[in-house]
Design a binder for this molecule. Structure first.
Ligand code: ZN
Length: 332
């Protein structure tokens, strides 16, 4: 999609055009995502993208060479001077990323218990108020993209192409292995009627984190959604992750009604759209995912709904700043 690519280039120039850090090279293996590479090399997607200007995490191919920012290589004698390296706080891998809010918890209490300033807790969780709700997840480590995320033009109004220019055969913004995972359910599809979009209501997260969280909440099938679209914090920005509920074609757990869960595919965009708009790469991925799912199941035509438009209980999800009108214009 031209729009996504243009935005990507603009963002890339804005974010990553100046400070570069070169270290070890790595050859991408078949089926690997940038997120997996980052995890296995103890770095973040943001850091790799910063070290590879022009690299699109959604267009990674086997055999591609990426530069890995690595502390080890930096301190070796042959490497580039460390003075050019952006200083990025690196969360300790042994510390948990999140705590679950219990009844009676307050920011002050968690700040004391975790040794993190209230200021940082507010910042890492994009908190507008200090009221915590039991069951919510609170981030106790800086999001991986903290450094870069202070600069993206989040407030830039989202401009989407009019419906008439939407290509009928979309170019996929996701990597081939993801398309293969989506297609793997082709011969065993449930009778889906709806696609429902949610926001996570958190500043970060990914399929693995939501899966653990939902299992902890007693959902034996794990992550309640079928798909997650990352925001660059704990997975790539616009990266689509396919959940087990899609692979196994089992009902969702994302709506308050069991009968709706039986027929509604759930897509969660990471972020809190009560406080900011989704990143353009996330909405581009959402549009292409919906179009792909509709191609997979042409009949009945999957109806697109926001969580708040279908839920039997009142909810603001996916947030008042989700660009509902423009997305509906394209997907209705
Ligand atoms: Zn929701």
């Amino acid at each position: 999609m031209r729009l996504a690519r243009t935005l990507w280039t603009a963002l890339n120039t804005l974010l990553f055009g100046s400070s570069l850090l070169f270290a070890a090279s790595y050859t991408v293996q078949k089926g690997e995502t940038l997120y997996q590479i980052a995890k296995s090399h103890d770095t973040s997607v943001e850091a790799i993208v910063r070290a590879n200007p022009g690299l699109n995490p959604q267009r990674l191919h086997a055999g591609d060479i990426v530069q890995l920012p690595s502390a080890k290589t930096l301190s070796s004698p042959s490497s580039t001077p460390a003075s050019t390296a952006p200083s990025s706080p690196k969360p300790s891998s042994t510390k948990p990323e999140w705590v679950k809010i219990k009844k009676g918890d307050s920011l002050a209490k968690i700040s004391r218990e975790c040794g993190i300033s209230i200021e940082n807790l507010r910042k890492w969780n994009s908190l507008r108020s200090d009221t915590l709700h039991p069951g919510d997840l609170l981030r106790i480590q800086p999001p991986a993209g903290t450094v870069a995320k202070t600069t993206p033009p989040k407030s830039k109004p989202l401009t989407l192409p009019p419906a008439s220019s939407t290509p009928s055969a979309p170019k996929l913004v996701f990597v081939p292995p993801v398309k293969a995972q989506i297609d793997s359910a082709k011969n065993d599809l449930r009778d889906w009627e709806y696609i429902v979009v949610h926001h996570s209501g958190t500043s970060g997260g990914n399929a693995r984190i939501f899966d653990a969280y939902h299992k902890e909440r007693g959902m034996e099938n794990g992550m309640a959604y079928h798909f997650v679209i990352g925001n660059g914090s704990d997975s790539g920005d616009g990266q689509i992750e396919v959940g087990q509920r899609w692979i196994k074609q089992i009902q969702g757990g994302h709506l308050a009604s069991e009968s709706l869960n039986e027929i509604a595919i759930g897509i969660c965009l990471v972020g809190d759209f009560s406080h900011h708009q989704p990143d353009p790469r996330q909405t581009a991925a959402l549009i292409e995912l919906v179009q792909t799912l509709r191609q997979l199941q042409p009949s009945p035509r999957l109806k697109f709904r926001l969580h708040r438009e279908i839920n039997t209980k009142p909810t603001e999800c996916p947030g008042k700043l989700f660009p509902a009108a423009s997305i509906h214009e394209i997907l209705d």
